[in-house]
Design a protein around this ligand. Sequence first.
Ligand SMILES: [Cu+2]
Length: 152
Amino acid sequence: MKKLIEIKNRFFITSLIIAIFIITNSCSKSKDMNPAPSANGSGGTGGPATNEVFIQSMAFNPTTITVAVNSTVTWTNKDAITHTVTSDSGTFDSGNVAPGSTFTYTFTTIGTFAYHCNIHPTMVATVVVSATAPTTMPTMPATPSTPSTPGY
Ligand SMILES: [Cu+2]
């Protein structure tokens, strides 16, 4: 009878040690949890779309746009003053483009077309019309490198 109690006692102590070990182990595991990655801010640059030129801050943006032949280019006046989109060679002329208005022109001839604003002669830009669509993609901002996680 005394022997049986001793065995039961040892079993209890062994179980207790195992239980403590499991609890300790599971607690240390929770330290491995990584913090959730923070979400990036909203995208969208608000810049001109493909085949679009912004007339903004007394300048054409982009100053040189390359389009495939038979493309339609849209100029959008983002300024609070009137501008014009006038070809240097007289190929096209928008006339007055009021603030918030647009001018479109379809380029059916391959070549380089310099243009300016009749009201502000310092505003000059170029449309390059190529046989095929440009292959260059808009430059994307570099992906920021993730900071290294210190080892445990
Ligand atoms: Cu102007």
